[in-house]
Each structure stands twice: as structure tokens, then as C-alpha cells.
Design a protein around this ligand. Sequence first.
Ligand code: FMN
Length: 196
Amino acid sequence: MPRRILVLVGHPDPSPDRLCRALAAAYAEAAEKAGHSVRKIDLALLDFPMLRTMQEFEHGTIPDGLKEAAEAVVWAEHFVFVFPLWLGTVPALLKAFLEQVMRPGTAFSYPAKGEGLAKSLLRGRSARLVVTMGMPAAVYRIWFFSHGIAGMRRGILNFVGIRPVRETLFGMVASASDARRAKWLRQMRRLGERAV
Ligand SMILES: Cc1cc2nc3c(=O)[nH]c(=O)nc-3n(C[C@H](O)[C@H](O)[C@H](O)COP(=O)(O)O)c2cc1C
């Protein structure tokens, strides 16, 4: 079954040389080739303000620079977030994007008075987090309990109804050989073909 996939690069550095961009492109190309519909968002190329108030979050409108991206979030059945680990977690730019987009009306709705929990509006979607990092991936998993990306999975994506959220971690990227990078790109192509 063809899927609607949103590939989102959350790297603040717009340089085409970043590994994250190559990983995202490999996934997207393979998914398109396999017949899936793919849209791409590169956060480094978007211009949008920080969300600063609860008033704005609940009653404001999505900033003009993010309208198309917010529409793509609602359109997608599967999300692929590709980003580097920065200070143990997602880069601030990606968090700022999620604060703007995963807001009431788009991603969830508050319960009516007297009713129980918030209603997730993005139910039925799935996601994959592809994260590059300087340390060995096993160290981040075992020693740090993958805390930064667990926060994104549970506190944001699961909250708005997106599950399962799968993870692919690539560690020690600075010293990775060309052969190792080529292996990672092949891994991304295989995931893209299967749209998972
Ligand atoms: C501001 C900043 C913070 C970083 N913090 C971490 C970190 O907490 N843990 C880690 O393993 N690597 C950290 N790194 C290394 C990046 O994760 C690494 O450079 C990146 O994953 C490489 O992928 P890229 O080629 O797509 O940039 C940090 C890098 C920067 C610039």
C-alpha cells in the first residue's frame, strides 16, 4: 500500500554536507521509487518565530512560514525525523518547530469542561526518528537511556497520537569511514522502500 510520508530534516545547519541530509535524501528517494508519496521539509530553510506564550499556543494562528509545513503534518501517514543529537537531545530548532505545529486544533484538542483527557488528532500515524551523534549509539541508549529522544517520542509524538515511533541511531559519525557511511545510506534506502 502506498503511504504518504513526510521526511523532515531537523538539522539547523543548512550545509548540504551534513550526514543528516544524505540520510534523509536516501530514505526519500527510495520511498518515492517504491511508489510512496513523499514530501520533504528542511527546517534550516524555513523562517519562523519562537512560540512564546500560552495565549499564542492556544489561540494564535500558525506563522505564515509554517503553514505549508503544518498542512504536510496533517497530510502525512508516516513521519521520518532526521536530526543530530545536540546537548543530549533534539536541536532547539526542531523543538521550536514542534512547539509551533503540534498545537491545539492541529495536533490535539483540549477536553471539554468536565471531560477527561486531551484528544489526540494525529492518531493512526507512525514515525521514525533517525538520529546522528558523536558518541557511540550504545552509550546513548544504555548510559543516557536515550532520554532526549524518549522525551520527543513520549512527550510530543505519542501525546498527539503518533505511534509506533521507531528509532535508528547512528553513532561516532565524525570518525565513520566511507564504507560505514555507505552502509548507513543503504540502511536508509531499505527503510524508505518499506516506508517504515
Ligand atoms: C551544539 C552541538 C551539540 C552536540 N551535542 C552532542 C551530544 O550531546 N552528544 C553527542 O553524541 N554528540 C553531540 N554533538 C555532535 C553531533 O551530534 C554530530 O556532530 C552530528 O550528529 C553529526 O551529524 P551531521 O553530519 O548531520 O551534522 C553535538 C554537536 C553540536 C554542534
